[in-house]
Write a protein of this length. Structure first.
Length: 92
């Protein structure tokens, strides 16, 4: 009478409700950490966007000033020439 014990399957396992609960809680914590990181990334993106808008405004102001210089220079030269002509005509 030899009783044979069936071989145990090394891949057989029992999953209890506590195991499922623990895995669910761990997943919830990981999701919370990921959402916190996303909030941080969103804040950094908003800061970068704000800084980029400020730089764009500064560059636009420099462009306006740069394009105004030739017009101001031409006006100054025309005014100086007109002043010289008026001065010469009033002397004679």
């Amino acid at each position: 009478m030899s009783s044979t014990i069936p071989p145990t399957d090394p891949f057989a396992s029992v999953v209890s409700a506590k195991d499922i609960y623990d895995a669910t809680r761990e997943t919830q914590q990981e999701v919370r950490r990921a959402l916190d990181r996303l909030d941080t990334v969103d804040k950094k993106i908003a800061d970068v966007s704000r800084v980029q808008d400020e730089h764009r405004a500064r560059l636009d102001a420099i462009d306006r000033w740069r394009y105004a210089i030739p017009i101001a220079s031409i006006s100054a030269v025309v005014s100086a020439v007109a002043a010289v002509i008026i001065a010469l005509l009033s002397v004679t």
